[in-house]
Design a protein around this ligand. Structure first.
Ligand SMILES: NC(=O)C[C@H](N)C(=O)O
Length: 350
C-alpha cells in the first residue's frame, strides 16, 4: 500500500468489507461552491459570459461514474463566481470542511470551486484544517455546456485522488487538467486555456494518467495537522489589502488602505519585492500606524528574499508566495502576532 511519501502509482482506498465480502467504497462529500465547473451558457461554443448555477446534484448526475469510486453525498455551500468569495464565505467554507473532516463517516472531501480565486481558498484550507484526510479542490476552465468541457473529468479525477490512500497527509490538493497540485504551490497562470494551473518552480505533486493516480513528491512547507493556525481561534479575519507597485506609483493607495482600517498590506512589488519610492514611503507610514507590510512580487515566479531594508522599514519578505496567497497567510499570522520577526517566521515556514 502506498500511503506514505514514496512516489509511485497509488492504490484506491476502501473501507471494511461489506456483508457480501466486497470492500465498501470510501465516503466522500462533494461540496459545491460554484465557478465555471457549475456554469451554463446558451451555446456549446460559448466559452465566456456564462452563468454559474448548476447544482451539486446536477454535477453528480453528469458524472455517474463517481458512484463506482465512492459513496458520495453532495452539499451546496454556495453557488458563486469565485471572485465573489469574501472573508465571511471563506470562513464558512473552511468551517464546514473542518466539521465534515471531524466526522468518522467522512473519508475525504472534494470541493468544486471557481478557478479565479481557487488557490486562495485552497491555501487557506491548507493552513487551517487539522486532518490528514484528503481535501481536493477541482474547477473547470470551460462551462459545463461547452464543447470539450473540462469539468467532468476534473471532477472524476478529483474523486480518484480523494479516494486514494497516498493522498493522505499531503495537504490540500488541487486537481486540474490531469495534474495534482499542492495548494501551497499551484497558481492560476492563464486566463482561459484548460491548462491554466501551474507550479512553476516547485512542479506538480503528481498526475492522473489512464485512471491511475501517480504521486511524484510531497510538499515540505508546514500545512494542515502541522500548522499552528486553527479555525477555533479565529473570530473574523483582519482586513489585509494588496497594492500593486509600478513606475510612477502613488502614496495615496497606502494612505487609503491605512485609513480604511487595514491591519496589513501586501505589496506586489517590483522584481525581488523591490519597493518604488511611493511604496517605501507607504511602508514607513504603515509602520507608524502599526500596519504590517509584506513584500511579495508582481513577477509571478521565484522567492522574494529578506533584505537589509526589512529591518529599516519593518517589512516582511513573502518567500515564494504570490501576493494573493501572501494575503491569506498574513491574515492568519496577524491573528497571532503583529511582530515583524514572528510574521517573517511564518512566511519562512508556510
Ligand atoms: N474558470 C472559472 O472558474 C472562472 C470563474 N469565473 C470563477 O468562478 O472563478
Amino acid at each position: 500500500m502506498n500511503s506514505g511519501n514514496t512516489a509511485g502509482v497509488a492504490e484506491q482506498g476502501s473501507r471494511a468489507a461489506t456483508g457480501e465480502g466486497q470492500p465498501a467504497r470510501p465516503r466522500i462529500v462533494l461540496l459545491g461552491t460554484g465557478g465555471t465547473i457549475a456554469a451554463v451558457a446558451g451555446e456549446a461554443t460559448q466559452l465566456h459570459d456564462y452563468t454559474v448555477g448548476a447544482t451539486t446534484d446536477e454535477l453528480l448526475a453528469a458524472v455517474p461514474q463517481l458512484r463506482t469510486l465512492a459513496e458520495v453525498r453532495g452539499e451546496q455551500l454556495a453557488n458563486v463566481d469565485s471572485r465573489d468569495i469574501d472573508n465571511a464565505l471563506l470562513l464558512k467554507i473552511a468551517r464546514r470542511v473542518d466539521a465534515l473532516l471531524g466526522q468518522p463517516d467522512v473519508d475525504g472531501i472534494v470541493i468544486t470551486h471557481g478557478t479565479d480565486t481557487l488557490e486562495e481558498t485552497a491555501y487557506f484550507l491548507n493552513l487551517v484544517l487539522k486532518s490528514a484526510k484528503p481535501v481536493v479542490l477541482a474547477g473547470a476552465m470551460r462551462p459545463a455546456t461547452a464543447l470539450s468541457a473540462d469539468g467532468p473529468l476534473n471532477l472524476y479525477n478529483a474523486f480518484l485522488v480523494a479516494t486514494c490512500t497516498a493522498a493522505h497527509g499531503k495537504g490540500v490538493l488541487v486537481m486540474m487538467n490531469d495534474r495534482i497540485g499542492a495548494a501551497r504551490f499551484v497558481t492560476k497562470a492563464a486566463t482561459t486555456v484548460p491548462d491554466a494551473f501551474r507550479a512553476f518552480e516547485q512542479g506538480n505533486l503528481g498526475e492522473v494518467a489512464a485512471g491511475k493516480v501517480h504521486f511524484f513528491t510531497a510538499p515540505l512547507c508546514r500545512h494542515t495537522v502541522d500548522s499552528e493556525f486553527s479555525l477555533a481561534a479565529i473570530g473574523e479575519l483582519p482586513h489585509v489589502d494588496i497594492l500593486y507597485d509600478h513606475q510612477g506609483a502613488g502614496l495615496h493607495h497606502y494612505r487609503a488602505a491605512i485609513s480604511a482600517g487595514a491591519r496589513g498590506i501586501v505589496v506586489a512589488g517590483c522584481g525581488n519585492g523591490g519597493l518604488s519610492p511611493a511604496a517605501r514611503a507607504g511602508a514607513e507610514e504603515a509602520a507608524r500606524h502599526g500596519v504590517a507590510v509584506v513584500r511579495s512580487s508582481r513577477v509571478g515566479q521565484g522567492v522574494v528574499t529578506a533584505s537589509a531594508d526589512d529591518a529599516v522599514l519593518g517589512t516582511v519578505a513573502a518567500n515564494s508566495l504570490n501576493p494573493h496567497k501572501a494575503r491569506i497567510l498574513l491574515m492568519l499570522a496577524l491573528g497571532r502576532s503583529r511582530d515583524a520577526g514572528e510574521l517573517q517566521r511564518c512566511f519562512d515556514q508556510y
